[in-house]
Design a protein around this ligand. Structure first.
Ligand code: FUC
Length: 794
């Protein structure tokens, strides 16, 4: 066995012990090959170069721009005209009217921006051998190791949530062998100063005026000019042996035995204000963080990080079967999978990677939810500004939060969402004359609540036609309550937001001639239908299935919550009465669920959005007992197919098919997601494998959980969509609604072990196949219910 083989075997056994590791035999050449680290606030993509190491850095709040809202003049009156046009059947005319009269520039906002690049330039001399780099997901440590001229070099990188900084530890097996220069760079708006053993970076985003986005020099989209967000960072080098000295704006480290680099950064953004706040001095924040680290050494810092990180990751361990390919590098396994190789262990890694990405982009010390790219972005003008999209994308980001036992990740969402909903009261009143709050489909750290889009057409069609996007997002808080049964959270956080959403909806609903309550104008993201009157492909209608479903689930949640909290009896009866007047879900002529209130022909039958199946997933208004609807939902999915292989859409279909208990199709889509959308670093692309977008990782992870455990229908359903390709395995620590943690094991496709642990003392029904048992556990009690269920399961 050659050295390389011994190394891979050794590595294989080590990686198996730790649970989930992504590893490679060469450095990253492209961003899509680099490995992400994050502590909820700071992010880094580690390239692992030998001559040059690059850490592409992010800070969650660093955005170009400033708070901007757009209120088209005469909106309220124009809305009435538009409603009349839609109700009179003149929908095509209504689109033209809306785009011309109900939009306003700047239609879009600027972008989330990268923080800086941290570059290490090594002075190696000689050929490189035995290269290896990895990211241990359970530890949250990226490691790079290689040999030059007989010296083994090792570099470990982590981002500690405990100490709120990036730590890089460099070592070598020969004394005095470490020589490199380290610098911080950014395309614009930053100065760097080197003094002693420190680098200081100070930044101020300067935005150039331009009404429309598009020009390179105006990266970040449209909006007013100005000196906007401020930021600062600091790097400290500590060496064992050797020397450190400034050289220009870099540090030069010579002949060291070991080196520890600390880096942290901050901005003057305040989430409470949803704006930058000049009372915050980012330099003082950075200094405070570094002072509290004090003289900590690598070993202590790493130990504290591992303890914190592992506690979160170890809550769920997933084994869906081994793979004879497990001693092959991750990128090579992915290639084999694309060529048709079955690799359940890679799917399990993808699952843990999704959990890892969520905890790394949505936990303290962070205060913001993951945006379209989590916190990882290298572009001054990111696709879709790397914003918060509320017509599927941010919702998806939280699908795995509770079921995969990362409930605290919801805190960062609430930090940002609560002030957003407060802002949303003004447009609800001014634009719609309604109570409550609203938010349209695209928003940002500045809490944009008025409609936005890349141009007027998009601002109207994606934005102003969907003031219910925020209400959909609010249901994430309801689900969090369903899982945790945290009544305090319900009362203080979720209920006020949900109630405000319901108040807006009840005011905005329109009673049509048939006595039905509908949203007018309405649309279904982001598909068009052929207007029978004009043959034009348009979006505007009344009462889309998407909107009807959102209204229904929000009203039901508020009714249940208000009962639980014994509040708002009058509102409750109003909502209860309104529920009876919502249009029913319909099956169209081709046997699929109707996307619109009329049986229109879709402009794009293979469209990536499947918003008319919201009731199948993430909600549960389309249920198994309604066989006709279940069948129509299946037909709907068949007709949609995999369309253009958009990452998040493939991931959603895994969830849909899991809900339909169709294991082969759920398995097909999770495989397809990896085959068509996963990049070498296992992040996922929007268009096939290009344009990184993080939602598919989160939705894919949730989909894998849904295949093993579901709890949306008043029972804990075990192995509802277990595919033949995962005949034997186990999952520990998945959560179910009602405050349960569940461990399961199965062999040869049959359930063998089940332990249900109750965190909230609620009764539950546990189901396997068509067999059910009722459990009534006290809070903190656990029960092994394998025996009554294991023989069952049809
Ligand atoms: C929605 C989707 C797009 C994209 C964007 C960020 O508008 O339709 O595919 O994911 O969000």
């Amino acid at each position: 066995m050659c050295l390389k083989q011994i190394f891979s075997v050794l590595f294989f056994s080590l990686s198996n012990l730790s649970g989930a590791t992504l590893w490679y035999e060469q450095p990253a050449n492209r961003w899509e090959e680099a490995l992400p680290l994050g502590n909820g606030r700071l992010g880094a993509m580690v390239f692992g170069g030998v001559e040059k190491e690059r850490l592409q850095l992010n800070e969650e709040s660093l955005w170009a721009g400033c708070p901007v809202e757009t209120y088209p003049e005469g909106f309220k009156e124009n809305l009435q005209t538009l409603q009349e046009m839609v109700l009179a059947g003149n929908a095509s005319e209504a689109v033209e009217f809306g785009v011309a009269n109900m939009t306003k520039r700047p239609t879009s906002f600027r972008s989330y921006e990268p923080l800086a690049d941290l570059e290490l330039e090594f002075l190696h001399d000689g050929p490189v051998g035995d290269y290896h780099r990895d990211l241990d997901l359970m530890d949250g440590v990226a490691t790079v190791a290689y040999t030059v001229d007989g010296v083994r070099f090792r570099r470990e990188v982590l981002i500690s949530a405990v100490d709120d900084l990036i730590a890089i530890h460099l070592s070598a097996d020969r004394a005095g062998a470490i020589n490199f220069k380290v610098g911080l760079t950014r395309a614009k708006d930053m100065v760097v100063k080197a003094t002693g053993a420190e680098l200081q970076m100070d930044g101020q985003i300067i935005d150039i005026a331009k009404e429309d986005g598009g020009a390179e020099e105006n990266s970040g989209g449209s909006g007013p000019a100005g000196a906007h967000m401020k930021f600062a960072g600091q790097l400290v080098a500590k060496t064992v042996g050797g020397t450190v000295r400034p050289e220009g704006d870099r540090l030069f480290i010579e002949n060291a035995d070991k080196v520890l680099l600390f880096f942290t950064a901050a901005t003057d953004y305040s989430v409470q204000r949803m704006d930058f706040d000049r009372a915050i001095d980012p330099r003082s924040v950075v200094e405070r963080i570094l002072q509290s680290v004090g003289e900590k050494r690598w070993e202590g810092l790493k130990a504290a990080h591992l303890e914190e990180h592992r506690e979160v990751m170890d809550r769920v361990i997933l084994d869906i079967g081994g793979s004879e390919w497990a001693n092959i590098a991750t990128d090579k396994r992915l290639v084999a999978m694309k060529e048709g190789q079955s690799d359940p262990a890679l799917i399990a890694d993808f699952f843990q990677f999704g959990r890892y990405l969520l905890m790394s982009s949505s936990r303290r010390p962070g205060r913001l939810p993951p945006n379209l790219q989590g916190i990882w972005n290298d572009k001054m003008w990111a696709p879709w500004e790397s914003d918060y999209h509320l017509n599927i994308n941010l919702q998806m980001n939280y699908w795995p939060a509770d079921v995969t036992n990362l409930s605290e990740t919801v805190d960062s969402l609430v930090d940002w969402f609560e002030p957003l909903t407060k802002r949303g009261k003004y447009p609800a009143d001014i634009l719609y004359g309604a109570d409550g709050w609203l938010s349209y489909h695209a928003t940002n750290v500045f809490g944009r609540v008025t409609g936005s889009g890349s141009n007027e057409g998009s601002q109207f069609n994606n934005g102003f036609l969907d003031p219910l996007a925020g209400a959909w997002m609010a249901m994430t808080l309801w689900r969090h309550y369903e899982f945790t049964q945290d009544v305090n959270f319900l009362e203080t956080k979720a209920y006020p937001i949900l109630k405000g959403a319901a108040e807006f909806l009840i005011d905005y609903l329109y009673e049509d001639e048939e006595g039905q309550l509908v949203i007018v104008p309405s649309a279904s993201p982001e598909n068009k239908f052929i207007d029978p009157k004009t043959d034009k492909a348009i979006r505007v209608t009344r009462g889309s299935t998407y909107h009807n479903t959102i209204v229904q689930v929000v009203f039901e949640a508020v009714i249940e919550a208000s009962e639980k909290l014994d509040l708002d009896a009058a509102l409750r009866s109003e909502l209860t009465a309104a529920l009876k007047k919502l249009p029913p879900l319909k099956i169209g002529g081709n046997g699929t669920i109707q996307e619109w209130i009329e049986d229109y022909e879709e402009a794009q039958p293979k469209h990536r959005h499947v918003s008319h199946l919201l009731g199948l997933h993430p909600f549960a208004t389309i249920r198994e007992h309604d066989k006709a609807m279940f069948e129509a939902a299946a037909k709907t999915l068949e007709r949609r197919g995999f369309g253009g292989d958009v990452g998040w859409s493939n991931a959603w279909k895994t969830n849909f098919y899991a809900r339909l208990q169709n294991a082969p199709q759920a398995h097909f889509y999770v495989n397809r997601l990896l085959q068509k959308n996963a990049m070498p670093n296992l992040l996922t692309g929007h268009n096939g494998r290009s344009l990184f977008q993080i939602d598919a990782s989160f939705a894919g992870t949730a989909g894998i959980a849904e295949m093993l455990l579901q709890s949306h229908a008043g029972e804990i359903h075990l192995l509802p969509a277990l595919p033949d390709a995962w005949p034997t395995g186990s999952a520990t620590g998945l959560k179910a609604r009602g405050g349960f943690v569940v461990d399961i094991e199965w062999q040869d496709g049959k359930l063998t072990e089940v332990v249900v642990y109750s965190q909230a003392g609620q009764p539950c029904v546990v189901r396997y196949g068509n067999d059910r048992i009722v459990l009534d556990l006290a809070e903190g009690e656990k029960s092994n219910v394998a025996a009554p269920l294991a023989d069952a399961g049809s």
